[in-house]
Write a protein that binds this ligand. Sequence first.
Ligand code: NAG
Ligand code: NAG
Ligand code: NAG
Ligand code: NAG
Length: 328
Amino acid sequence: MLVTILPFFLAANVTIDDQQSKWAMYGPECTYDVLVNMSLANIVHENDNFCSMIATELKCRPKGQDTLNCRFQNSRIKRPDSKDSRCSNARDFVPTRYKFVGEEPFEIRFNPRGIENLIVHRSIPRWRLDMIKVIVSQLNIGFEMEVQESRNRFTIMENSTMGHCEVDIKITRGDSNFEEDDDFAEKSDNFEIEYLSSDEFGRSVVERLRVEKARQPKRCPRRIIYFFGNHEDYSRDKAREFYMDMTTSTSLITISKDKFVSYTVSEGVMKTANKSRIMRPHQNISLKLKQIDFAKSLMPEVQDPASTSLFAFSNLEVIPEEMKNSSY
Ligand SMILES: *[C@@H]1O[C@H](CO)[C@@H](O)[C@H](O)[C@H]1NC(C)=O
Ligand SMILES: *[C@@H]1O[C@H](CO)[C@@H](O)[C@H](O)[C@H]1NC(C)=O
Ligand SMILES: *[C@@H]1O[C@H](CO)[C@@H](O)[C@H](O)[C@H]1NC(C)=O
Ligand SMILES: *[C@@H]1O[C@H](CO)[C@@H](O)[C@H](O)[C@H]1NC(C)=O
């Protein structure tokens, strides 16, 4: 069975076991492992370095030709590596189970270049929505692969959480010399990843594809680094006292016939308004395809839907006036 992974671009040919009726009932579902790894280093006080790691699963089901219906599950905060001397908070860390992104369904609508917009519940809190955007951005290719087929280096404009940015792209195809990252990519033997082509007979297995995207902060109008946090860290009053500037942001997407991994490493500078604290945020958000199996319930609907772009800190397209003033 052919399962869409990224509309207009990738599908997986899945070997279906004997439970065929279950696949037929609710359709397929892709599960991604998501890892958000971040640290906030105080430039002045070396011992004041905060690290945290959040793990969650993203589950997506294809809906029609251009949409994925997704939700998060099993979110948890993980203990930072206690051996990492850069993390001064590692020793007295208390693990918690924390529903940081929530488990409500949302939808990602694609166009041939990548993500067009998101459909979310109209009253989703802004901080939660921004976290979702940063994670699902890992599914955004940003350009039409078929159009760029023969080019290895070029520059595009891309919409991401950081705004409308100029991005330098480097593509490596079918090259066995590039770094083996098999240690962190799950391999699967029940699916084989293929290019989805508009021409049904033009499908082909992905040998190896590596897309490197380097955002140019100076050519990025807003340069805002969205640093993952909870609503207490970035509640509206506090957020105004922070100034965050992105310095680098690089993404790497690696696809082969049995794996799909995408991650973005971003760095920046964060200052309080009176510059009493200068911190260096470092953030690595990774997403890797873990498994494709059958969904176990009806596809959930997004209640009271509103659409929004990938830009962080942006408003929802339709948002009732009373929401804007309520506390979130
Ligand atoms: C996560 O962050 C820690 C501390 O910065 C680092 O030692 C570790 O290698 C990171 N892991 C990943 C997968 O990025
Ligand atoms: C970026 O978003 C703007 C406004 O939503 C849209 O007009 C434009 O086409 C988008 N550009 C890309 C490259 O997706
Ligand atoms: C700077 O602002 C922070 C809160 O934003 C405050 O806690 C601190 O005392 C201020 N420092 C100075 C030197 O004014
Ligand atoms: C980011 O995460 C990916 C996947 O977990 C890992 O391979 C990579 O080394 C990490 N990069 C940095 C700079 O932490």
